[in-house]
Write a protein that binds this ligand. Structure first.
Ligand SMILES: *Cc1c(COP(=O)(O)O)cnc(C)c1O
Length: 367
């Protein structure tokens, strides 16, 4: 029997009645856009993360875009982030007219190497975007210190890190802006695209709320030009229903991570490191190996999916050729791009499946 990377069908089966009911309610009340469902989910998710305000929007990408606009980032401004992330992180910077400036990552956490940040700051730098890659928060406190010293803002890309914690506090309550994606495959996923920005700042909250909906204050009264970046009522209703399960799903992901670590003990792969400041929520379960292709081929033969997040670091992508980066500029990111391998990870994955996947990895790497 095959095993996919993520099994959303299995998850739906565990809560079919709840989901079907909330979808039917949205249809019955025609609460499709800017509805009470959206307001309610904003309040619920902000409260869950310990933030004052949540601004619902159409995706993780537009969440980053709105946060960047809220702090006035535009043409000529530089934003420091990592080249080892999904392109949405840097695309949002470019889309507001800014320039992404890369610093390398740490080999153990796969997150921003804090010691490299100050060297990348120039007079044009306005913000830092740490990414909580694979579900583990970046080391935020030293980033906040650097930001304060140089008068920069911090926009955390938590698209993979719902419910994760930094030093015992939930992500979403700590950075000036924390951006989430509710893409279906994320730890809290909608049935389509959706996203949210959390903030404790009232002015930013108001500004993002306006920008998200054509810059409007009243129905036909516009403070500025904005965007149509709104979240659908249907997605908000589904997300409210699913949020009730997030604690349970997070614990199951963590248990599955532990099981992988245990069953892969004999394998010649580097298993994930959970930093002492972090609660890792295993959006992805990622190992590092020199035998990536051999493992992927073997798993595929057995009907087991695997993935690579991400095979080409952003500074080497054709999209960023104009910046003139070259191979060797960010050696850790480049090494990871060649060696990381994501194994199937979702809450409903069973111990027997993890055992079966791990045994194949052991077989390939110790032969
Ligand atoms: C998924 C993701 C995004 C973008 O989210 P979308 O909802 O797909 O727009 C941004 N950053 C990271 C790190 C992601 O994993």
């Amino acid at each position: 029997m095959g095993i996919p990377m993520v099994d959303l069908k299995r998850q739906y089966q565990t809560m079919k009645d709840e989901i079907d009911q909330v979808i039917q309610e949205v249809i019955d009340t025609t609460a499709f856009v800017r509805s009470k469902n959206v307001n309610r989910f904003e309040e619920e998710f902000a409260a869950y993360c310990g933030a004052k305000y949540g601004v619902a929007c159409s995706s993780g990408t537009t969440a980053l875009h709105l946060a960047l606009r809220a702090c006035g980032i535009g043409p000529g401004d530089e934003v420091i982030t990592v080249p080892f992330t999904f392109i949405a992180t840097t695309e949002a910077v470019s889309n507001v007219g800014g320039k992404p400036v890369f610093v390398d990552i740490e080999l153990d956490s796969y997150n921003i190497d804090v010691s490299a940040v100050e060297g990348a700051i120039t007079k044009k730098t306005k913000a830092i975007i740490p990414v909580d890659l694979y579900g583990q928060p970046a080391d935020l406190d030293p980033i906040f210190e650097i930001a304060e010293k140089h008068n920069l803002t911090v926009i955390e890309d938590a698209a993979q890190a719902h419910a994760s914690e930094y030093k015992g506090k939930r992500i979403g309550s700590l950075s000036p802006f924390t951006c989430y994606s509710f893409f279906p495959g994320k730890n809290l996923g909608a049935y389509g695209d959706a996203g949210m920005i959390l903030t404790n700042d009232e002015q930013s909250n108001e500004r993002m709320r306006m920008l998200c909906d054509h810059g409007r204050r009243g129905k036909y009264e516009y403070e500025m030009e904005g965007y149509n970046f709104r979240m659908d009522g249907m997605q908000a209703a589904i997300l409210s229903a699913k949020l009730k399960h997030l604690d349970d799903w997070t614990e199951k992901r963590r248990r599955n991570g532990q099981l992988y670590n245990q069953y892969l003990r004999e394998a010649d792969v580097v298993t994930p490191v959970e930093k002492e400041y972090a609660k890792h929520v295993y959006h992805c379960y990622v190992v590092r190996t020199k035998d990536r292709q051999k493992i992927q081929d073997k798993l595929k033969e057995e009907g087991i999916a695997s993935g690579v997040h991400y095979p080409i670091a952003l500074h080497l992508q054709p999209a960023y050729a104009d910046y003139g980066y070259k191979r060797g500029d960010f050696p850790v990111s480049e090494q990871c791009a060649e060696e990381v391998l994501s194994l199937p990870m979702f809450p409903e994955l069973t111990e027997a499946e993890i055992q079966r996947i791990s045994a194949l990895v052991v077989e390939v790497t110790t032969r």
